[in-house]
Design a protein. Structure first.
Length: 117
């Protein structure tokens, strides 16, 4: 049974930091590209950052300057992908989803991040 379980979300003040984790099971984690997406209220889901199976990283233009290509990382032994978010702004509020993509496409249930005073 494939599972992607996100954790680490919560309420944080503007300018703060959070680290999200996504624990994977039920598929060959090391062979999959992993990504973090987010969906803000009333908006479409968008890519935040991505790390390939070989470790190549990228992040969306909307978060560049605050998140870097090193913001996303993975530990294949632990079957976990992380997203480190710094200098958070209210517009970063949303549900953050973990995605695994290769021969199949898997999604987690999401973790809520709220950036507010």
């Amino acid at each position: 049974q494939v599972q992607l379980v996100e954790s680490g979300g919560g309420l944080v003040q503007p300018g703060g930091s959070l680290r999200l984790s996504c624990a994977a099971s039920g598929f060959t984690f090391s062979s999959y590209d992993m990504g973090w997406y987010r969906q803000a209220p009333g908006k479409e889901r968008e890519l935040v950052a991505r790390i390939t199976s070989s470790g190549r990283t990228s992040c969306a233009d909307s978060v560049k300057g605050r998140f870097t290509i090193s913001s996303i990382s993975r530990e294949n032994v632990k079957r976990t992908v992380y997203l480190r978010m710094n200098s958070l702004k209210p517009e970063d509020t949303g549900i953050y989803y973990c995605n695994a993509n290769a021969t199949m496409d898997y999604w987690g249930q999401g973790t809520l991040v709220t950036v507010s005073q």
